[in-house]
Design a protein around this ligand. Sequence first.
Ligand code: AMP
Length: 102
Amino acid sequence: MENCIFCKILNKEIPSKFIYEDENCFAINDINPKAKKHILVIPKAHVESLAQVEDMELVKKMFEAIKKINKQEGIVDFKTLINTGKSAGQEVMHLHIHILAD
Ligand code: AMP
């Protein structure tokens, strides 16, 4: 999707370090961390938000990725957050799950 930051990161148009990647999603460190570890899990397919997800299998796969990422990063206690819609605080209109751990 044109003009989507996360699509540009996926397509290497914006440099970013992938800390995890599989066939469905990838994960990067948040550029403006709000916890000691703040990771974003992002589907490779452009879906605007959770409200636009048609097949919830995608969300299951993202949470499966979270389990792997947390194991890899040594994260045991954590919060997950999905902002859905501009008035709920969603700034980037490409679905993502925040992992926040102190
Ligand atoms: P949200 O408010 O749920 O849409 O969250 C978007 C998140 O993306 C924010 O926490 C931003 O700090 C983060 N963000 C924006 N641009 C980048 C980027 N280039 N690399 C990493 N994180 C980003």
